[in-house]
Every structure is written in structure tokens, then in C-alpha cells.
Design a protein around this ligand. Structure first.
Ligand SMILES: [Zn+2]
Length: 569
């Protein structure tokens, strides 16, 4: 099973920022040329004024009197610079560049009519169009939305697009990935997924690696038309090219397979969703429910199966699934439900399992985390912290001090951190202090000056349980690395979804977080620690053939997570 992390931009308007950016670069570039040429002009005037005070006009004649090497070299370099500038000026004023700037403006304004006018004019004047010109035109001709709705105006628009692409081929202009993606979208809008797929196949002939977005028009086009074999062929092509299908693609394939009664493929998609997506969106959840409620789903499945083989499958798969196909027969009971705190399904009473994380995976993750942190933070600062951890760790828990000090209140509260620290000490088998990570500014100024808080900080420091991160650092790197490398609990209400955590990918970090994050919630009896669930928040297939599918609905302390329970017990 492929588990590569893939992140791709959304399918719409991908090219607009690119074109805007490139035209900005162009403007900056032009300004710089003007700046350089101005400076150069003033430099030559000074040079001539000093050496040739009588006449600026007689420069060419007079310069022959200069015999020093440096003067000649200077003159030579002046000439070179002059010719470079004139070359640049010529390029800037070339019909190709003028067309480019004008087309970029059309792209920014979404002005197809003007772009087509410019295109026809350029062709009439034999202006050589390059891939950039063609991509802007194709982008403007491609549909504004991916829903495939086409009105009269759009039909003309699409025809223009295909005509321009044809011309591009006649002109032998080498297409790039953006060209193919734009034309695939034209094909999808024409409801021609076969052409869209042909275009993806052609990308390889041009040495272009297709992206996830390249496949969308073909895959969704075939799915929409119910062309199952063709859709599976696109899927195989993606796998062969190392492109990992994400939830949208897997969900579309599952819906299609369910509609055309290909239960083996439905089963495959369920497992691929389990391995790569884990928790599904509302849309995917209802697609799955539709399958389980279908007539076909009631008919499929083995009535008798080899229990040992199923157990072996569970063992080899790491728990939570067996992969031996649909088990059982008869109508499925499909319910929306929740799990109790021990992981017992409130609908069917099955207990969910907890899937362990491979310690080696954690080691590798800690290493890559340290590498990233050293790149983002001052290297010496982070190296110092790693040394400090070696001396004082490992810990049973790490506390994100800034987050807890401010949790559910406006002013920073040391007593709140203290209560969490004390609770964590109580549950620690060795009664060890957890590590409190706080930014330097938090341990020196403000509330840290209060005598009680000073005392508290001193106690933690003496116990080797306080680390203050240096000025200018981002303490997130510190507490996260400390918790991962100590393989221990991490107390924070930070959902860890911002930019920094996005750098960590989707393959391991969500699983680690699920097993290690402790959240706190205030209650009338003080703060309550919400420990990680003792079961895994992932699609689970039981040894008796039942399925439990977690949704992303309700993913906080207030709302319990919603699950789909499908069983025929
Ligand atoms: Zn259940």
C-alpha cells in the first residue's frame, strides 16, 4: 500500500497566481533595467567630465588617447554593459514581450475576449508565441468551475481552447504540465474523459511527471459517466506514476464501485481510505452508508471463513483490520453512533482496538523533527536544547506552558500550569515532574515577577523540569520535539494545525498526536485532563466483519466524534 504524503493545490484557478506572479517579476525586472541604465548614464557622464572636460560629443575620438589598461578595460566593460542593456531593451520592447505583458493583464482580469483579439493580431503579424503565451490563452479558455456545466458561451470558449491547442502543436511549441492540465480541463468540460486521459498519457512522452490535479478531469469524468473499467485504469496509471489518490479520488472510486456493484473494488477503496485518510468527511461517510444499505452489499460476503486466517491477517496488518474480504451475509445495520471513553460502540457493543505505533517510526520522526527544527531555529539554540534533554530527560509528560498558562483565560496564569504539573506528577509511575517549556519572556517578565510564581519557577528549575526557550525562538519546536523524543504525553490545547505542523506531513504526525496529546478542560472541580483515547481513530474492520468508520464531525472536547457503525450481527 502506498503511503506517500502528497499535497496538491486545489483544482481551480491554480494558474492565476502563477501568471500574476510572473508578470510582477517582469515588472520588477523592467524597473531594475531602467535603474541600471540610469546609473550607467550618470557614470559615463562623470567619467567624460573628468577626463574630457571640453566636449562630451568628441568622446569617441578623445578616448583613443587613453592608453592605460584600466581605462581600456573600463571602456570595454562600458561597451559590454551598453550592449547588454540595449539587448535587454530590445527584448523588453520585442513584440513577444509586449504580447506577454498584455496577456498577463488579460489573465489577471479574466478577459478572454481581449486575449483572443491579441492572439489573432499576433498571428496576423507573425509574432512567435511561446509556451507561456499559449498557457495564458488556454487557461482563459478553460472552464471557470469543475462542475462540467456548460452553457452556450462556454461551448465557444472551449472550441477556442482546442483550436489554440491545435495551433500550439502546429507551431511545435513544447507543452508543459500547466498546458496539459488546462487542456484536460477543457476535455472534462466537453465531457470527454477519454481525451483528458489521453492527455495525461501524453505528458509522459514529453518527459512531464503528472500531478494529482492532472488526473482529476479524466478520473472524475469516467466516474461521472459510470465507466468503471476506464476509471480503474486511471487509478492504476496514478499508482504506477507514484501519484497518491486522496480522499476525493478514493471516495469517487468507492461511489462508482458501489453503483456498478463491484464489491471487491468497494472493499479495496475502504482499505485505501483506512490506510491513507483514516477519518472521513461527511460526504465520504454517506457514500459508505449508501453502499452498506445497498442490495448488493447484503448479498456479498463469505458465510464461512477461516478464523485462523483472519486472525493472522489482523496480526500481520498491525491490528484493526484483516483484509480477508467481506465476511457474513445478510442486511447490514447501519447507524451513526459514538464510542464511550473505553472505545465501546454505543450501537453494536463492539470494542475498538488500539493500534500501536512502531517505535522505529517514532525514532525516525524525532530525527526528522530535529533536523527541521535546526533549520528553522538558530542551530546552536536547538542543539543546546537537545543536549539539555539528554541530561534531564526522558520525561513522562511535556507541558506547552504558554498554551496552558493562557488556556480559557485572558491573563497568563502560573497557578493553572502548576495544577496541571501536579496532576501529571500524581499519575507518573515515578512521580517525576513533567517538563514545562516556556519562552524566555514568560519566565522573566510580567506574572513571573510575582513572589509565588518566582518560587514556583525556582522549584521547577531545581527539579530540572523547566526549559526556557531563547529570545526569537518558536517554542512549538521545543515542546513537540521533547514529547516525541521522550515518547511521552504532551499537554496542550493547541490543535497543531498551523503552518509549522503542516511541515510534518500527514503520514505519521496525526497518528502520533492522537496517541500522545492530552487536552485540558476547566470544570467546577478545577482542570480536567483529557487523556488520549485508548482506541485508534481510524476505520476499523473487526474479525467478524463489522466496520466502524470515524468521521471528522465532532473533533473537539465539546462534541464527541461521530462514527458510522455497519454490522450484520
Ligand atoms: Zn458498532
Amino acid at each position: 500500500m502506498l503511503l506517500r504524503v502528497a499535497s496538491f493545490p486545489t483544482k481551480t484557478l491554480i494558474l492565476l497566481p502563477f501568471f500574476c506572479k510572473s508578470s510582477n517579476v517582469l515588472f520588477v525586472h523592467s524597473k531594475r533595467c531602467i535603474y541600471l541604465s540610469r546609473n550607467y548614464t550618470s557614470m559615463t557622464i562623470i567619467f567624460n567630465a573628468q577626463k574630457q572636460p571640453k566636449s562630451l560629443g568628441s568622446m569617441a575620438r578623445k578616448t583613443t588617447h587613453f592608453s592605460t589598461t584600466s581605462a581600456e578595460a573600463l571602456l570595454q566593460s562600458s561597451k559590454n554593459m551598453g550592449s547588454r542593456i540595449s539587448r535587454k531593451k530590445a527584448r523588453r520592447e520585442s513584440p513577444e514581450m509586449i504580447l506577454r505583458v498584455k496577456l498577463d493583464t488579460c489573465s489577471k482580469n479574466g478577459d478572454l475576449a481581449e486575449a483572443l483579439h491579441l492572439y489573432n493580431e499576433a498571428r496576423a503579424n507573425s509574432v512567435q508565441l511561446n509556451v507561456h503565451h499559449y498557457n495564458v490563452l488556454l487557461y482563459l479558455c478553460s472552464p471557470k468551475s469543475d462542475n462540467g456545466e456548460e452553457d452556450g458561451e462556454d461551448s465557444v470558449r472551449l472550441d477556442n481552447g482546442f483550436q489554440i491547442f491545435k495551433q500550439m502543436r502546429i507551431d511545435k511549441v513544447e507543452p508543459n504540465e500547466a498546458t496539459f492540465t488546462n487542456v484536460s480541463r477543457l476535455a472534462a468540460a466537453k465531457e470527454d474523459p477519454k481525451l483528458a486521459f489521453d492527455l495525461v498519457k501524453q505528458m509522459k512522452d514529453h518527459g512531464i511527471v503528472p500531478k494529482l490535479r492532472s488526473y482529476g478531469p479524466a478520473l472524475f469524468g469516467f466516474c461521472k459517466k459510470g465507466m468503471a473499467d476506464e476509471a480503474y485504469e486511471v487509478d492504476s496509471h496514478m499508482i504506477d506514476n507514484g501519484v497518491l489518490a486522496e480522499e476525493t479520488e478514493l471516495s469517487a472510486l468507492l461511489r462508482l464501485s458501489s453503483e456498478v456493484k463491484r464489491e471487491g473494488k468497494v472493499y479495496e477503496m475502504m482499505h485505501r481510505l483506512r490506510a491513507t485518510v483514516r477519518q472521513v468527511s461527511e460526504e465520504t461517510a454517506s457514500t459508505i452508508e449508501d453502499w452498506f444499505r445497498s442490495k448488493r452489499a447484503a448479498e456479498v460476503g463469505a458465510e464461512k471463513w477461516d478464523v485462523r486466517k483472519v486472525k493472522k491477517g489482523v496480526l500481520e496488518g498491525g491490528g484493526g483490520w484483516h483484509g480477508q474480504g467481506w465476511l457474513g451475509k445478510g442486511t447490514w445495520t447501519v447507524m451513526r453512533t459514538r464510542m464511550d471513553e473505553t472505545g465501546v460502540c454505543q450501537s453494536c457493543g463492539d470494542k475498538l482496538v488500539c493500534i500501536d505505533i512502531d517505535p522505529e517510526e517514532t525514532e525516525n520522526f524525532a530525527k526528522s523533527l530535529a533536523k527541521l527544527a535546526s533549520e528553522k531555529e538558530a542551530r546552536t539554540n536547538f542543539a543546546k536544547f537537545q543536549e539539555w534533554l539528554q541530561r534531564h530527560g526522558p520525561f513522562d509528560a511535556v507541558v506547552d506552558g504558554a498554551n496552558l498558562g493562557l488556556a480559557n483565560q485572558h491573563t497568563f496564569s502560573f497557578p493553572q500550569i502548576m495544577r496541571v504539573v501536579n496532576q501529571l506528577r500524581q499519575i507518573s509511575p515515578t512521580k517525576k515532574f513533567p517538563l514545562v517549556v516556556l519562552h524566555q519572556s514568560r519566565v522573566s517578565g510580567g506574572p513571573a515577577q510575582h513572589p509565588n510564581n518566582k518560587k514556583l519557577l525556582e522549584t521547577w528549575k531545581r527539579a530540572g523540569a523547566l526549559y526556557s526557550t531563547p529570545q526569537g525562538s518558536n517554542d512549538d519546536w521545543y515542546w513537540l520535539y521533547a514529547a516525541v523524543s521522550s515518547k511521552c504525553l504532551l499537554v496542550t490545547n493547541d490543535e497543531m494545525r498551523d503552518h509549522l505542523f503542516n511541515l510534518l506531513g500527514n503520514s505519521f504526525f496525526p497518528r502520533w498526536k492522537e496517541k500522545h496529546q492530552v487536552r485540558i478542560k476547566p470544570s467546577s472541580n478545577g482542570l480536567i485532563l483529557h487523556m488520549p483515547p485508548p482506541y485508534s481513530l481510524v476505520i476499523q474492520e473487526s474479525e467478524r466483519g463489522s466496520w466502524h468508520i470515524p468521521t471528522v464531525t465532532g473533533d473537539d472536547l465539546e462534541t464527541p466524534r461521530q462514527w458510522v457503525c455497519a454490522t450484520r450481527m
